[in-house]
Write a protein that binds this ligand. Structure first.
Ligand SMILES: [Zn+2]
Length: 128
């Protein structure tokens, strides 16, 4: 009766603990990171921006609070769309399009709101 297993060869403990610890740490970092970035202002994404595009190109981009009241002319394929800013709101005052959907959209004032003039390829949006 020969035992093939010489001595007491206990396998070393697998590094499960280290892996679990690392995963836990990474999860915590991943959870906290956006908050930390926001708190330090690192991301710079807290400011409401007025962004106006024409023909797919951004032609105007400014923190909404810094946008002076008045009319911003935006030139599209059909002519000039007049974007008016007043009282912390923005709307399309006049546009050379024929359906005037953009003008009928009315005023926008909050993040995520958007005015689109498809015929004149003008997009007015408030974003962060
Ligand atoms: Zn329009």
């Amino acid at each position: 009766m020969a035992k093939m297993n010489p001595g007491d060869s206990r396998s070393r403990k697998s590094p499960t603990w280290y892996v679990a610890g690392a995963i836990l740490l990474l999860s915590i970092v991943a959870l906290l990171l956006p908050g930390v970035l926001r708190a330090t202002g690192f991301s710079g994404g807290n400011e409401l921006m007025l962004v106006i595009s024409a023909k797919g190109q951004v032609v105007y981009r400014k923190p909404f609070k810094d946008v002076p009241e008045g009319i911003i002319p935006v030139t599209g394929p059909l002519g000039v769309t007049q974007v008016e800013v007043a009282g912390r709101k923005v709307h399309v005052l006049h546009s050379p399009c024929d359906n005037h959907i953009c003008m009928n959209t009315g005023w926008i004032a909050q993040e995520g709101q958007i005015i689109v003039c498809m015929p004149n390829q003008v997009v007015v949006q408030l974003t962060k």
